[in-house]
Write a protein that binds this ligand. Structure first.
Ligand code: ATP
Ligand code: MG
Length: 411
């Protein structure tokens, strides 16, 4: 492998791939806007502490997946592995913690050192929303409804199932954590090495393990439902009720814990079996503790992130490539008119290009080959009359059209 190859796990987005990618972002941006979310763009790199302190020192992302390096000034910098920590850092840095709610949409590249495979890359892209401020379960339901709405608009909702769970409040989690430590300790030697390491520090994380032996043990583990305080159970009831009101179908799955440490109450994922092993397309939950971790006041928040590549793969077909109109000057004498016509069509918003090379037949052949929808043939006689020949390249029909009528005809 030479140094001039793309880095393992990175991809160039070109043609259909880029059109799919763009369609996912544009659709999400439009729908998030209808829900009142504003777009933020935070830097793709942050001080390492922004992620290391807040994502949880035991999370896979922090222990194995971060792109961390020392910059020339000796500071430890990390390429963002996800979007939420940066948004919360920005909330605090910009003094917005007293201007709540903040409803944030973002889209952009994320970086994780993972084993690349279909739907799993080292540079990938996410869209996400964060609703910062409200502590009511209605906010959780609304955030989920927005995600579901985006999947519907992309035409992929039928391929994905929403799975929800609750992680309870601090008290519920503490009781559940103790129960899990008891349960898993008794089976310690059968657990994977990773899960043994998680046992003391973050036993909930074991529920998320993809190891086959772990999965069998997890299947019999206690679930959080038996440890919820009345408040936490009430929150979860309200979430389900609101999801019903929004008309968003869901399935409960007590194994959903999310990979990151700052979640409480709601946890959810949209999963699909259409993508093989990489089945989670969107995941999120409530993270009331994160803004305080970032040095701000206690601030409730709920959000999700979705992988653009995985959504793009689920799209039925790529959006059609835009069709061009080609201007074909017959000889040099009409070039000035060709250029004026070219620019006036472009100003009218019509995708138009000039055929530069070869004789008339060559230029038309080339226009056909590149999938142009129409050709405007400019000969000296037409131009003297203030007209052009408009040729429909799909049907082959041709007619004379006044130059000042071209834009209207092509719209
Ligand atoms: P997974 O279990 O697939 O590793 P995750 O729990 O690490 O997912 P999150 O951190 O919740 O994922 O990120 C949200 C979404 O971002 C995922 O559901 C997925 O669609 C996408 N995603 C995460 N990691 C990658 C990656 N390496 N390549 C492509 N998409 C990714
Ligand atoms: Mg992961």
């Amino acid at each position: 492998m030479t140094d001039l190859q793309p880095v393992r796990g990175t991809r160039d987005l070109i043609g259909d791939e880029q059109r799919r990618h763009h369609h996912v972002i544009e659709t999400a941006r439009r729908i998030a806007a209808a829900y009142g979310f504003d777009e933020w763009a935070t830097p793709v790199f942050e001080n390492t502490a922004v992620f290391a302190r807040t994502l949880g020192e035991t999370s896979d992302v922090v222990t194995k997946e971060m792109y961390t390096f020392e910059d020339r000034g000796g500071d430890s910098i990390t390429l963002r592995p996800e979007g939420t920590a940066g948004v919360c850092r920005a909330l605090v840095s910009n003094g917005l913690t007293q201007s709540l709610p903040q409803k944030v949409f973002y889209a952009g590249p994320m970086f994780r050192y993972e084993r690349p495979q279909k739907g799993r890359y080292r540079q990938f892209h996410q869209i996400g929303i964060e609703l910062i401020g409200p502590s009511e379960p209605l906010a959780d339901a609304e955030v989920i409804a927005c995600g579901h709405h985006i999947l519907e608009a992309l035409g992929v909702a039928r391929l994905a199932v929403l799975e929800i769970n609750t992680l309870g409040d601090r008290e519920s989690r503490q009781a559940y954590r103790d129960a899990l430590i008891g349960y898993f300790s008794a089976r310690r030697s059968a657990l994977s090495e990773d899960s043994q390491a998680r046992l003391e520090r973050n036993p909930l994380r074991i529920l998320d393990s993809k190891d086959a032996d772990d999965i069998a043990i997890v299947a019999e583990a206690p679930t959080i439902m038996d440890f919820l305080t009345p408040e936490a159970a009430g929150f979860y009831d309200a979430l389900r009720r609101h999801l019903d009101s929004f008309g968003v179908p869901y399935r409960e799955n007590a194994r959903i814990v999310r990979g990151l440490d700052y979640y409480g109450h709601t946890a959810f994922e949209f999963v699909t079996d259409a993508l093989g092993a990489q089945g989670t397309v969107m995941g999120g939950g409530r993270y009331d503790g994160l803004v305080a971790e970032m040095g701000g006041p206690h601030t409730p928040a709920v959000g999700w992130a979705a992988g653009i590549e995985r959504l793009a793969m689920l799209l039925d077909e790529a959006p059609a490539a835009p069709a061009t109109v080609v201007i074909v000057p017959v000889d040099d004498s009409v070039e000035p008119v060709a250029i004026t016509t070219l620019q006036s069509l472009r100003r009218a918003g019509i995708r138009t290009e000039m055929a530069y090379r070869g004789n008339l037949r060559r230029r038309l052949e080339r226009a056909n080959r590149t999938g142009a929808r129409a050709a405007i043939i400019l000969g000296p006689d037409d131009v003297a009359d203030g007209t052009a020949q408009l040729k429909d390249l799909a049907t082959g029909t041709q007619e004379a059209v006044r130059l000042d009528r071209l834009a209207d005809r092509l719209k």
